[in-house]
Design a protein around this ligand. Structure first.
Ligand code: AMP
Length: 736
């Protein structure tokens, strides 16, 4: 399967992309002569003249000694770059301008190698933009230029825009320690460490400090400009080495950074770009860029978003669906450049060995909501097991891989499952992808054990002989079978194939206990039984209608029904511990309270949501204090958002997620969760928060998102009622 995928991307003589660019260039020459547009200047040097286009610049002693004048960090808005010398055009590059033209304004079109500065300028403009649509549109302009002018750079541009080096499931992470970066900045700028540290504390952003230090630095020689491909390659190298060599590599690139490049290079290394572009926005920007590329010749490029709304919506859905089944830009981007969008899903098929995004469920507040949502539909209720999500893949070579809910590779954690995997299948089974929940299992009593027992299992280098916690896998879906994707088939069909080709083995492999019913009394009773069976409640799913496995869109085809949901809030929240307050009395010597935050995926920041001191046993507090003491940091991370009045006794690296329940959510003048979403100045906070448990299966970036917090806030009965009454008032005032 892998082989055939690679073969799709063999270079073609005449790629579809260069055809677009060529056509557009012809048209452009024509129109330039008619409209007498200013000509884009030929750059002083081409990349060829400068040598290997992937190579990073080194300080060139042959070049003239130059002093770099300090320039303001703020963006200088320009209508067009055409007609400016290359140096100035790069500084003034602004893909957010109304009249942006993807070819005319791509000042690097002669070199066909994207300068890192063009990307950094795009990030800078996006960072200063308020509205999400405008941010996406700006990114789409830049991507469209890259598609047309320097398409080979699209892949590194995409990775750099979401600060990844490889597919997420490969686990290659940047995240260089801030002190390592500070040392490299000191070495490159001659500043002392104390100064850099104090500036960082003051501004809360090492990226800005780095940029300002570069601006005021006098340079002996001007290094050659950076390009996107070179920087991306260097970042990969940096991620793969450690120690002094890492500082040296950071230094090498940093000395060559100009203007905003320093800010974003350092932020990439910290692991937070802070431009507010998360994966879904990036995919939308790519889709818009494709549509702009398609219509570059037949209308004004900047009007595309208004004129081709439907085409943009269709392209976005195809791209998002494709990425959900094949979350690997190394495959998706070359295919997107080469083939028609309609072919994309077939060109980037799902295949065992590559995790696909798991389908998620919506919370409900009770059986009545299930009835409301699924009225008249065939549904099934399954026990909701409390363990760890597992996507189990068998590939053609007979290899099994197990992926977590976050698409992390959990295969090394479960050698026992792999050893017994043959007992699961019946007859001729070559490949599959199963969706399931792994739970801890008491062999003697033949029953499910609490989630906490499962978390005591080792994660790496697990030897079957040493395994103390046995597990049972509860299978609830089949997504791929013998070379065929099943995600577009309804659950009833997927389940039929599952039952036909797989079998239960007691205490090892079981199908999720299910009841197909539309009788709400039976649902209620089944819910009680699931709790008695040590489960969290039920998952209610549609069987035939709207019953595909939805990975790209948020769907309400799966509803979760938990026994202990508070009727008002509906669900617990998964929050990140970012600070600790010293305990008093019995809690002296340990932390007695903590500051929790939700994660804002758009702005890539942790926003404080509550202080918590309830729900802990003394033993819990001792263990949390011991664990978190190893993650204390000297000051708050630049991407923590909180009010100074909340300053804790210790700040922590965002490393752990806690499940928390509360009485309700309210607007807060001091907490910053979802600030701006419901109220322009106030955030949302939790009232009477109570600790439930550690969520080891969730990474901090998968904590409850700010957007979900605002949805939860809005769905509270009293908020809904208030909204209704204010809508009513609006109507009444309109009426009068
Ligand atoms: P939550 O983590 O509370 O949003 O609940 C959704 C999770 O429940 C899924 O990600 C699965 O890990 C888990 N789960 C347990 N049993 C089932 C089931 N029968 N169907 C789907 N998900 C299940």
């Amino acid at each position: 399967m892998q082989k055939s995928i690679t073969s799709f991307f063999k270079p073609k003589d005449e790629s579809q992309n260069s055809k677009y660019a060529e056509d557009a260039r012809k048209k452009e020459t024509k129109s330039a002569s008619i409209e007498e547009k200013p000509k884009v200047p030929t750059p002083v040097k081409t990349i060829k003249e400068e040598g290997d286009e992937n190579a990073l610049p080194t300080v060139d002693s042959e070049e003239k000694m130059e002093l770099e004048a300090p320039s303001p960090v703020k963006v200088r808005k320009m209508e067009l770059n055409s007609g400016l010398p290359e140096n100035e055009a790069s500084e003034a590059y602004d893909p957010s301008v109304e009249t942006y033209h993807p070819i005319n304004d791509a000042y690097w079109k002669a070199q066909r190698t994207t300068p890192y500065l063009a990307l950094a300028r795009t990030f800078q403009v996006i960072e200063e933009t308020k509205g999400r649509l405008k941010m996406i549109d700006t990114l789409s302009n830049f991507f469209c230029s890259v598609m047309l002018v320097s398409p080979e750079d699209l892949l590194p541009c995409v990775y750099l825009s979401i600060n990844q080096l490889a597919p997420a499931y490969e686990g290659l992470e940047l995240g260089v320690a801030e002190t390592t970066l500070m040392k490299a900045i000191c070495k490159a700028t001659g500043r002392n460490l104390a100064h850099i540290k104090s500036q960082t504390q003051l501004t809360g952003d090492l990226g800005i400090v780095a940029e300002q230090s570069r601006v005021s630095q006098r340079m002996m020689f001007r290094p050659k400009p950076l390009n996107v491909r070179g920087v991306f390659a260097k970042l990969k190298e940096i991620a793969n080495i450690s120690g002094q060599a890492k500082i040296t590599l950071v230094y090498d690139v940093f000395v060559a950074c100009r203007h905003a490049e320093a800010r974003f290079f350092i932020r990439s290394l910290i692991g937070k770009l802070r431009i507010g572009i998360a994966e879904q926005s990036l995919l939308t920007a790519l889709a818009i860029a494709l549509v702009k590329r398609n219509h570059i010749n037949d209308c004004k490029a900047h009007k595309v978003c208004d004129i081709y709304k439907d085409e943009i919506a269709d392209t976005t859905l195809i791209l998002k669906t494709t990425y959900s089944q094949c979350p690997n830009y190394d495959i998706v981007i070359p295919a997107l450049l080469k083939y028609d969008i309609k072919e994309l899903q077939d060109r980037c098929p799902m295949h065992p060995g590559m995790p696909l995004r798991p389908m998620l469920a919506q919370p409900t507040k009770g059986v009545s909501e299930v009835l409301e949502r699924f009225s008249g539909m065939q549904i099934t209720c399954e026990w909701k097991y409390d363990g760890e999500r597992a996507q189990i893949h068998l590939n053609k070579d007979g290899e099994i891989s197990i992926f977590s809910r976050n698409s992390e590779n959990n295969t090394p954690k479960y050698p026992d499952l792999i050893a017994r995997s043959k007992s699961l299948v019946k007859g001729n089974v070559e490949t599959y992808i199963l969706d399931s929940e792994i739970v801890a299992w008491d062999i003697e009593r033949k029953q499910i054990l609490p989630f906490q027992i499962l978390t005591t299992r080792k994660r790496k280098n697990v030897d079957i002989a040493d395994i103390k916690v046995q597990v049972c896998v509860y299978i609830f879906d089949l997504l791929y079978f013998n070379g065929v994707s099943l995600v577009t088939k309804p659950l009833s069909e997927r389940r039929k194939i599952l039952m036909e080709h797989f079998q239960e083995v007691e205490g090892e492999w079981q199908f999720a206990t299910a009841l197909d019913t539309t009788d709400m009394d039976e649902v209620q009773q089944f819910l009680e039984e699931s709790i008695k069976g040590n489960c969290e409640g039920l998952m209610v799913k549609t069987l035939d209608e709207e019953a595909t496995y939805e990975i790209a869109k948020r769907s309400r085809n799966w509803l979760k029904l938990k026994k202990d949901y508070l009727s008002n809030v509906g669900d617990s929240l998964d929050l990140v511990v970012i600070g600790g307050y010293k305990g008093k009395g019995r809690r002296t010597g340990i932390y007695g309270g903590f500051l929790l935050a939700c994660y804002d995926t758009e702005n890539e920041e942790y926003q404080s949501i509550c202080k918590i001191g309830t729900g802990f046993t003394d033993e819990d507090l001792r263990q949390h204090s011991e664990f978190l003491s190893a993650h204390v940091i000297s000051s708050a991370k630049s991407y923590f958002r909180y009010d100074p009045s909340l300053e804790p006794d210790a700040w922590f690296e965002p490393v752990q997620v806690w499940e928390v329940k509360c009485a309700d959510l309210s607007l807060s003048p001091i907490h910053r969760a979802a600030i701006g979403a419901v109220d322009p100045e106030r955030g949302i906070s939790l009232r009477f928060p109570r600790f439930i448990r550690i969520r080891d299966d969730k990474s901090p970036e998968n904590a409850t998102d700010a957007n979900q917090v605002s949805l939860m806030y809005n769905s509270q009965d009293q908020v809904k009622n208030n909204q209704k009454s204010s809508d009513q008032m609006d109507m009444e005032s309109d009426f009068y």
